[in-house]
Design a protein around this ligand. Structure first.
Ligand code: DGL
Length: 263
């Protein structure tokens, strides 16, 4: 079964793409809402949480893990790949190729949590792939909590967004990477502020494509991913609050249960 985790609702933006590209495959999702946001946590704490989240998914039957959180991917992607005996996908690699395809000016912005921006992962991967790239990373730590609290359409939230994006608007980018899986939920608002000349890239589609290709090429792993159209959702915080956002964001009613990732 395909297991997906994030600190909260953000990973649903990746899960939605997985459902679209791999219809029918059973999925299990864990949102660590009791311990979110992840974006201000230290690398060590993120590694511990990521391991616990992945373990919980394995207990629930996951045979492939998708780390649908950039903060956890940057801090623990490699660690999970080394420690777990199942295939692990993370969202930090995914938007790089898409951004390089989209950019003409090679001026690329990245927004994400403090942990993701401090890790420098997008800048490193972009300049490794094309040394002519100039990367403009900006930490936007209030956005994920605003989305988690469904407060992102408040005028105050829009003011925060415009303020965060101001230096990027002044940097004359043509491409902006959403380095946090929560941000596709406000992609339209981000696009409106940045203007039509800036292409906004998220990681969901590219991650789902990588997973699809892997399952096509690895029959043994694919055989452990049943296709009974089953979707399970677990959160460590309040299931009802998560359910409201999930229903709205996925456009269907889902059933959410409580679970703890602590070991
Ligand atoms: N959606 C997550 C990410 O991509 C985490 C956001 C947060 O919990 O701070 O980084």
């Amino acid at each position: 079964m395909i297991g997906v985790f994030d600190s909260g609702v953000g990973g649903l933006t990746v899960l939605r793409e997985i459902h679209q590209l791999l219809p029918g495959y059973d999925t299990v999702y864990f949102g660590d809402t009791a311990r979110s946001p992840y974006g201000n946590l230290s690398e060590q704490t993120l590694q511990r949480y990521a391991l616990e989240d992945a373990e919980l998914l394995l207990q629930k039957g996951a045979t492939v893990i998708v780390v649908a959180c950039n903060s956890a991917s940057a801090a623990a992607g490699e660690l999970l790949r080394n420690k777990l005996s199942v295939p692990v996908f993370d969202v930090s690699q995914a938007p790089i190729e898409a951004a390089l395809r989209a950019t003409k000016s090679k001026r690329i912005g990245v927004i994400g949590t403090r942990a993701t921006i401090a890790s420098g992962i997008h800048g490193r991967l972009l300049t490794q792939a094309d040394s002519m790239c100039t990367v403009f990373p900006v930490a936007t730590p209030l956005l994920a909590p605003l989305i988690e609290e469904r407060a992102h359409r408040y005028p105050e939230a829009m003011r925060i967004l415009r303020r965060y994006l101001r230096p990027l608007k002044n940097a004359h980018l043509d491409t902006l990477i959403l380095g946090c899986t929560h941000y596709p939920i406000i992609q339209k608002e981000i696009e409106r502020v940045m203007g039509h000349q800036v292409k906004v890239i998220s990681s969901g589609t590219a991650t789902a494509e990588a997973l699809k290709q892997f399952l096509e090429e690895h029959g043994d792993a694919e055989a452990h991913c049943p296709k009974n159209n089953k979707e399970k959702y677990f959160v460590s915080g309040d299931p009802e609050q998560f359910q409201r956002t999930a229903n709205w964001w996925l456009g269907k009613k889902v059933n959410v249960l409580a679970a703890q990732a602590h070991v």
